[in-house]
Design a protein around this ligand. Sequence first.
Ligand code: BES
Ligand code: MN
Ligand code: MN
Length: 462
Amino acid sequence: MNRQEYIDQNKDRFLDELLEILRMPSISADTHYDSDVAKTAVFVYNKLVEAGADNVEICHTEGHPIVYGDKIFDPSLPTILVYGHYDVQPPDPLDLWDSPPFEPVIKKTEEHPEGAIYARGACDDKGQMYMHLKAFEAMIQSNTLTCNVKFMIEGEEEVGSTNLGIFVASHKEKLKADVVLVSDTSMLGNDTPSIDVGLRGLSYVEVEVTGPNRDLHSGVYGGAVANPINVLAKMIADMQDENNHITIPGFYDDVDELSEAERAELAKAPFDLEAYKKDLDINDVLGEKGYSSPERASIRPTLDVNGIWGGYIGEGAKTVLPSKAYAKISMRLVPNQSSEQITALFQNYFENAAPDCVKVKVTPHHGGEAAVTPIDSPEYLAASMAMESTFGKKPIPTRGGGSIPIIALFEKELGIKSVLMGFGLDSDALHSPNEKYGLFNFYKGIETIPYFYEHYAGLKKG
Ligand code: BES
Ligand code: MN
Ligand code: MN
């Protein structure tokens, strides 16, 4: 049976298997779900075995396990390291989901006329990761595997991949490969294929601002004692000027500024500002002066509050001057900025900017560096040719705004580049309620991946 026939005949089973893994609440951030995360790793293990991988194992770490498997059948052929993650983000806020996050349903929409699967992790990254297992199975079954392959599917991407970093650094020989292939990003549209050639880095901090040593009556003390929430709000507001430029001294020092030619090249990707605003139900956009919305969300660094809390947030009104205020702040970084250095700059700035009436504490969380894939590299060309084979048009190179910190680490530790051949859409609501993944995208991915193997083998042979 040829590969396409095999895929066509097994379509429904592929989907059933994906629905099965989507029912597993593998929320890596929440320890209540540790056993579900572990069960999901076992599921991936079993499916790798069934698909025909060798040396399949569950690699235990200080945190959630990594699933490894490989097929090395001809040492003279290049080896592809497939990376993906089986963990997902917490589904909150639950009341905004139209159907329960771990009970996948398929619905047809205008955007996805063939149907889309609604579930947490549908696109990020179970749906996309699973395409690789099924593409591999189809290549094995049709005898069309053209590269050696190693799978490394982790369970901690959504919490920073700290243990995977340690695993990679200590298993360089085991993971030796020519390229990393990842489907964990988006493309512009189902009829506008694109490939992310860049990802942003990340610096993430939590801040605590302490005013008086206890909560106070806001009438008895209000006006005379610093309110840490007021102070924190002002400190945050001061970190951006009227041009939405970040004011932390040195923040932009190492930013890789793109040339006008590079910006013109990226501006070729279609973007409809009116549709963008309409989709988000906003009257206007906001961002750094001098840059377009796609640029602001990809080639420029940011500073965003992800959460802010303190004081009374229960029902009704409580007149209180709180003792403490908190915020979680993320900074998306671009190539050449160092997350460690930016975290240090932030910490230094925040501590110095705090008025004497409060005490502040800055706690750094996980971070990571930005990554770029050169468009003249064999990995990019192979991905471009693969997508052209199945979409009938050349994909557009784009820069993604999200982060996958392990990508920069692959380059540092293994000395190899990654190619981000993602099949999701930005509208798939990653990390949001009603996350979805189109059936079109799932099957298109399964069909496209083998072409990457073929073209990559061809290009490496020269
Ligand atoms: N798959 C995403 C990253 C992504 C999504 C890149 C869409 C480009 C387009 C990944 O799972 C993710 O969410 N990463 C986190 C970083 C991590 C350290 C929590 C992110 O970008 O917030
Ligand atoms: Mn992801
Ligand atoms: Mn994610």
